[in-house]
Design a protein around this ligand. Sequence first.
Ligand code: PLP
Length: 468
Amino acid sequence: MRDFLIEPDERRRLPSVDRVLGSASDLIKQWGRSKVSSQIKTALAELRKNAAAKDSEQLSVDGIVEAVRVALSLNEQASALRPIINLTGIVLHTNLGRAILPQNALTAVLQVAGGPVNLEYDLSSGKRGNREKLVEELICELTGAEAATAVNNNAAAILLTLNTLANNKEVPLSRGEMVEIGDSFRIADIIERSGCTLVEVGATNRTHLTDFELAINKRTGLIIKIYPSNYRIEGFSQNVPEAKLSALAKRYDIPFVVDMGSGNLLDLGRYGLPREPTAMMSLQSGADIITFSGDKLLGGPQCGIIAGRADLINQIRKNPIKRALRIDKMTLAALTEVLKLYRHPDKLSSDLPTLKYLTRDQDDIKFQAGRISPKLSAALPATYNVKAVGCASQIGSGAMPIKSLPSFGIQVTADNDKLLRRLAEAMRELPYPVIGRISGGIFQLDLRCLDCESLFLDQLSDLKDLLN
Ligand SMILES: *Cc1c(COP(=O)(O)O)cnc(C)c1O
């Protein structure tokens, strides 16, 4: 289309792919021929589009090899998993990997990953062992459940539970609990993929016990309650308490399942946080099975925990799909260590990073903001205006969506949005990318999760270079 814009002689000046390949032997050694060749094609196509704007150096074989070298390493850097600094103010950020593991879990992961372990081997009998024994004991101890198992994430926990207990059966669910969790992931879709027929009951804002009663028949497999993770229905609203749903399920001899979303094992009120129902409370209210995530409030590795009645957990364990969803040895090791910390609730807010961030004192964050803000200000061009201000953090990952935690951070403003976007971009280009948030003409860094202050400060000179 645009070819007529380019002088034919300039296009002719571009070397062939093979000629560039011939001069790129070191790149081929490092990256392999096919990757280098495809990057050369991309580079040539790019040059062909605007050859007129390029100098002869850029169009030369050496120039192209250099451009390809830079592109290959940049591409890899951009898509590799890299440590970042989370200053978004969202403690459990799904896009940033959710919970940070505690030290004892990291040590355990290294140990089991680096050599053979007795994963399914009983050292006393020398026979096949049960990989989940200890983790199950811990979950039962902490939740009061009779039995428990773990799978890859909470979505898998729901899938496996429903497929085991209600395949080819109907599952009534309140219209007020038809949750979309993020990235178009809807629980209702999981329920249907589990082999169940979803039966919507009640209205968006109000569902009554009689709505469930009317929906139950011979084909009903179980009753499910899903915690509203990332929203609240306020005002003229009502949902049926767990105890009532449980009594109803018992009357019809079907299981009552609760998807708790964020796994909460303790009364968070004791740490000064908003109270959330605990796993133990749901089981005490009569839930036969509860499911929750391992990497949300629980503060552990990505996994999904299923706990409750022993006969049902046994059925769930025997479902062949369990094999496809089981956790690996690293997750198992990390989960075990995290659960062990819960045996000492008085030390939890210092040992478990998630709880440490959530309970960080606002004054402490404020002092930190006071230390950092003049240094950031000095590193930025005069077109930026920096000040330390109070702000509000969120727990994230659907936990207590309408509650926020008083925090402190740094606000940067500028004459125009373009400058702010450039700043956010430069922060992301740092060796340890810093992720903040732009909203309403302000670039905001919430310091609640900044536990590597010197690393942040060390990068300010890079930031200065990037913006000049
Ligand atoms: C987060 C969440 C899930 C999904 O959990 P994953 O561990 O991300 O699979 C399911 N249900 C509820 C209510 C949630 O909040």
